[in-house]
Design a protein around this ligand. Structure first.
Ligand code: MRU
Length: 372
């Protein structure tokens, strides 16, 4: 998508030096646009853990490139030693963030690619090809999610001619959370391009404010009309028919359609059901966890540093980025980063293969190869 009119992806190999991976360092957005060079798998692990980059699809792509970086520097004298170095790199990457399944999925995909090769040279080349394939696929799948989600917005627009379709989204499931287009935002961008009048309610998404800092910024960069709201406003807007559709992303979806997403998503789904507002979840297939059936019980929920709750960062009037304490110094805080929305509250899942209801049979109709 565009930043000041110039097309960017969120992760790429440096043009004149493909041993360097470049990312947009999201910690500084929306105030500064910083590109970071990543040279090693250890640096990539820090970038994921400390959220220089974040979002399920992008974490997956970053893990793919992290394995490629590990392969660049692993000793190539024996196949077994090389493989062991990559397995260790995979372990390191997998421990950085627990909830988004894309991370594990990308590491496993890299390891399978490597296992199919005979020599360390071939293995290293395989990590390059696989990293590029994961990133390209992520962008393409999100583009297709946009095409499949577009008719949902079109249909609402036809029912209210001349008025904007109001879409509420939570957190950042935009292009910054993927390689390009985003999942929840892809249908929004597709509708905007098709000149359908739309307006997006952007939940701020405490505590890290991915909505306020990232979604608002990226929608603004594309020129999409939007309004930032605090997290508790959605229910009120829905009661007053000011939301036509909710679209959120996901970090992990069970084979039965339970959805883990940024903390607060469940409450939006409850409010949507109470007000008969359609609630859709957009995801590429890399976000399905085919091994799980019970989301609330089995999806691991990341607990992050409580400083994200007790403190807040922003730009001062003097233009400096500063972090301030919000709370009484002694008050304990808790920081659950995700929650699980049960399938029964979800109207549909928008994937790169089409839309289905959030239940095992419908999901498997779209992904029949996962039946066994
Ligand atoms: O903690 P984050 O910012 O990595 O959270 C993940 C997310 O981006 C959201 O939960 C998002 O809605 C999921 S879609 C990538």
């Amino acid at each position: 998508m565009n930043v000041q009119g110039k097309h960017f992806r969120t992760i790429w190999l440096k043009e004149d030096d493909p041993t360097v991976v470049q990312i947009i360092d999201q910690r500084w957005l929306p105030h500064e646009f910083v590109i970071e060079d990543i040279h090693t798998v250890e640096q990539m692990a820090i970038a994921i853990q400390e959220m220089h980059l974040r979002g399920a699809g992008l974490i997956g792509a970053a893990a793919g490139y992290g394995m490629y970086l590990a392969a660049l520097y692993a000793s190539r004298s024996h196949r077994e030693g090389f493989l062991q170095a990559l397995q260790q790199a995979g372990q390191l990457l997998k421990t950085t963030r627990p909830t988004a399944i894309n991370l594990q999925w990308a590491v496993e995909r890299q390891l399978s690619a490597v296992l199919a090769c005979d020599s360390p040279e071939e293995m290293a080349h395989a990590t390059y090809l696989t990293a590029q394939a994961i990133a390209n696929e992520d962008a393409e799948y999100c583009r297709q999610i946009g095409l499949h989600g577009l008719p949902l917005i079109q249909a609402i627009s036809q029912r209210k001619p001349g008025q904007a379709v109001n879409i509420l989204t939570h957190c950042n499931a935009g292009w910054l959370a993927f390689v390009d287009y985003g999942s929840a935002t892809a249908p929004i961008y597709a509708a905007f391009e098709a000149h359908i009048p739309i307006h997006v309610w952007v939940d701020e998404t405490r505590p890290r404010n991915q909505g306020a800092r990232l979604t608002a910024w990226e929608l603004g960069q594309q020129g999409v009309p939007h309004t930032l709201i605090v997290d508790n406003v959605g229910g009120h807007l829905m009661q007053h028919q000011m939301v036509d559709l909710v679209i959120v992303g996901s970090d992990r979806v069970t084979r039965t359609g339970d959805v883990a997403n940024k903390i607060g998503t469940y409450l939006k789904a409850l409010a949507a059901q109470d007000n008969q507002v359609p609630f859709y979840v957009a995801l590429p297939s890399s976000t399905f966890d085919w091994t799980l059936r019970e989301g609330v019980r089995d999806i691991p929920i990341e607990q992050r540093n409580t400083q994200e709750v007790t403190h807040m960062s922003g730009r001062t009037g003097a233009g400096k980025i500063e972090t301030i304490l919000l709370t009484p110094e002694q008050s304990p805080a808790a920081n659950y980063a995700f929650d699980v929305t049960p399938a029964r509250l979800i109207t549909g899942l928008v994937t790169e293969r089409g839309i289905c209801t959030a239940d095992e049979a419908a999901i498997l109709d779209l992904f029949p190869e996962k039946r066994s």
